[in-house]
Write a protein of this length. Structure first.
Length: 303
């Protein structure tokens, strides 16, 4: 089973406004809402690809109930810890210049965190756990390290999609996959990465520090896959980017979904990049039909 953890989920309320004016009455030209959060995105894409996933994390209030119902309607198992305060709402204003207003999210108590830790302790060597996104301020900054340490003792594969200190902290525990973008990779080592050759150099440093597999996403410039046996580069088609955040989550879902059903890493990488590229060109997340069609346009090169 694949499990995803979203520690600070949201309802992403997306509204379009023509010629937004501060201090005036503005009317929307369109609006929609989706469950938000990197782990939730991974679960949703996995479900669309026909791979079972169970979503974990914290939900509260009427907004949390909306997210849980939404996920269950998409066939996703939801096993969230209930909290007292409402799950946050993030507003995405799409006008001449895109603007985001993100909520803070509810406070998590010690008992609620303990309940989540208990869930993770039950995972086994046949499971995959996805840790994705940032931490709420009420949780310890070392939480990802604590969770991956527990999983490594059980032999559970762990995927980590975060950045900065939290990513560096988990590398000694040999995560199965890490997926920084090239900006995040450069920030880890205090450099600016502008080419795939540079990304290869610093991606290999993540392998040296403990990661088993590394995917470096580079937006329209493609993506890299590295482990100790092979280095691959994915050349992607051009298009109008509409969903950059969901694209990275779709890469993770496509890759681990393929691994979960026994595919080789090269095939999993193709599926992941095709899923990420498809989502990048859509307002919502990709479907299995989108991914299969995109595979015809993604070229994988061995470096």
């Amino acid at each position: 089973m694949i499990y995803t953890i979203t520690l600070n989920p949201s309802i992403d309320y997306i509204v379009g406004v023509n010629q937004f004016e501060v201090g005036k009455l503005n009317r929307t030209t369109f609006e929609t809402k989706y469950p938000g959060g990197k782990g939730i995105n991974v679960s949703r894409v996995l479900s669309r690809l026909g791979v079972q996933a169970r979503a974990l994390g914290f939900l509260g209030g009427f907004t949390g109930a909306y997210i849980e119902t939404f996920l269950r309607n998409e066939g996703i198992e939801a096993d969230f810890i209930k909290v007292e305060e409402d799950t946050r709402i993030n507003v995405k204003l799409k006008t001449d210049t895109e603007t985001e207003i993100n909520g803070q999210g509810p406070a998590i108590t010690g008992d609620q965190l303990s309940a989540l830790v208990k869930q993770v302790k039950q995972l086994t060597s046949t499971d995959i756990l996805v840790l994705a996104g940032s931490l709420p301020s009420s949780l310890p900054a070392t939480l990802y390290r604590q969770l991956i340490e527990m999983c490594s003792e059980k032999g559970c594969k762990v995927v980590v999609d975060t950045s900065g200190t939290m990513l560096m902290d988990v590398l000694p525990y040999q995560p199965f996959l890490v997926k920084p973008n090239h900006h995040e990779l450069g920030e880890l080592f205090g450099v600016e990465i502008t080419s795939k050759e540079e990304a290869v150099v610093y991606g290999k440093k993540l392998l040296e520090l403990g990661a088993q597999n590394v995917i470096v996403s580079m937006g329209g410039a493609g993506a890299l896959f590295l482990n100790n046996d092979i280095t691959l580069f994915a050349e992607v088609p051009k298009g109008e980017v509409k969903n950059s955040v969901g694209a990275g989550d779709s890469v993770v879902a496509g890759f681990i979904g393929s691994i979960a059903v026994g595919e080789e890493v090269s095939t999993a990488f193709l599926t992941g990049v095709s899923a990420g590229t498809s989502t990048a060109f859509l307002s919502d997340l990709c479907t299995v039909e989108d991914v299969e069609k995109m595979k015809e346009n993604v070229k994988i090169h061995v470096l």
